[in-house]
Ligand binder design. Structure first.
Ligand SMILES: NC(=O)c1ccc[n+]([C@@H]2O[C@H](COP(=O)([O-])OP(=O)(O)OC[C@H]3O[C@@H](n4cnc5c(N)ncnc54)[C@H](O)[C@@H]3O)[C@@H](O)[C@H]2O)c1
Length: 330
């Protein structure tokens, strides 16, 4: 199989590329990535010399991207602006990349007759006080990030209905694991704790999320790639819900650090209280999450402890520092 992965230098995309190249020695991957602040080719060091792997530095919004896409079976679109805090301060780029970029890829898929898989998020459903959303639930996004991802989902479905393009949408809950950019909740908390810095928690810390270990999500994407039915949406979650404050306390306990490091900061606007999705549909394809939260969290903490070089460079960068200050300083 020949796969175009977009956004493959980011967190989930790079984990997915390594997983696929390892599992399927005859598959070929072209990674198309613009290398924004979140893209990092170091994530792909172990596969850069693999003859089945190629990298193209390119924006998914580029009109001439189509010229590079020849004889591929599927495009899997991970590329996105992905951080809600950044969407609140600067939504325009989210609309460009997450909506227009997806549109451009759908056009390429249509013109070249290539199957399309959109990597989406549980955030498109919005908040739910009790119970879980299944794939038929209406979209009710609360911030410019989830609204742009929801728009991209609708566009994707429209290409299936209008042009009979074979598509799938995968909506996963929060991922965690190695190589996640340290502005995101779990790596920010782990790395701050390692550095004995304050751990900023929004509002009362009782916001609830479901968390999935990134490798389990990669396996789910693999299952949809091979068994997904055209036009279908699949939710992906561990179905394990936990509040932010409980996550932080677990991290501090593993690292043997004091809870005095916790600092409650002003809440972010449009903050969804609770996300929850059910994944009965993908389970029927034979997928189940394999890593429980305790195990996944411990191995993630171990990775950040052993890979300080990877994240310290990022956190010392001006781009990271200015974002951090703008977001968390009162
Ligand atoms: N991380 C999560 O918890 C999570 C949960 C659900 C869904 N998702 C979705 O999964 C996908 C991947 O998320 P992630 O956490 O790996 O993101 P990330 O921010 O770590 O990586 C995004 C990648 O996309 C690239 N990119 C951004 N704009 C681009 C453009 N215009 N053209 C080409 N490349 C571009 C970046 O350089 C980067 O390599 C996203 O679509 C995100 O919405 C993420």
């Amino acid at each position: 199989m020949k796969i175009v992965v977009t956004g493959g230098a980011g967190f989930i995309g790079s984990n997915f590329i390594k997983y696929v190249l390892n599992k399927y020695p005859d598959y070929k991957i072209l990674n198309v990535d613009k290398l924004t602040y979140a893209g990092n080719l170091e994530n792909l060091k172990e596969v850069e010399k693999n003859p089945n792997y190629n990298f193209l530095k390119k924006d998914i919004c580029s009109h001439d991207l189509i010229e590079y896409i020849e004889n591929y079976d599927v495009i899997i679109n991970f590329a996105a602006e992905s951080h809600v805090d950044r969407a609140i301060y600067g939504p325009e780029l989210f609309l460009k990349t997450d909506i227009f970029g997806t549109f451009n890829l759908l056009e390429i898929s249509k013109k070249k007759n290539i199957r399309f898989i959109q990597i989406s998020t549980d955030e498109v459903y919005g908040s739910i006080e009790e119970g879980s959303f299944d794939e038929k639930a209406p979209l009710n996004p609360s911030n410019p990030y989830s609204a742009s991802k929801g728009s991209a989902d609708l566009l994707t479905l429209s290409y299936c209905k209008t042009y009979k393009l074979p598509v799938n949408i995968i909506r996963s809950c929060n991922n965690y694991g190695p190589n996640q950019y340290p502005e995101k909740f779990i790596p920010l908390m782990i790395t701050n704790a390692i550095e004995n810095k304050k751990l900023p928690i929004y509002g009362d810390g009782l916001y609830k999320r479901e968390w999935i270990y990134v490798l389990d999500n990669c396996k789910a994407i693999d299952v949809v790639l091979h068994k997904g039915k055209d036009g279908e949406i699949y939710n992906v979650s561990s179905e394990f819900t936990i509040s932010n404050i409980e996550v932080v306390k677990k991290i501090l306990k593993v690292l043997n650090k004091s809870e005095n490091l916790i600092e409650f900061v002003k809440d972010r606007p449009g903050h969804d209280r609770r996300y929850s999705i059910s994944c009965e549909k993908i389970k029927k394809l034979g997928w189940i999450p394999e890593t429980d939260f305790e195990t996944g969290l411990k191995s993630t903490i171990k990775w950040y402890t052993e890979n300080k070089n990877w994240w310290q460079k990022i956190k010392e960068n001006k781009q990271f520092l200015s974002h951090y200050k703008k977001t968390y300083k009162k």
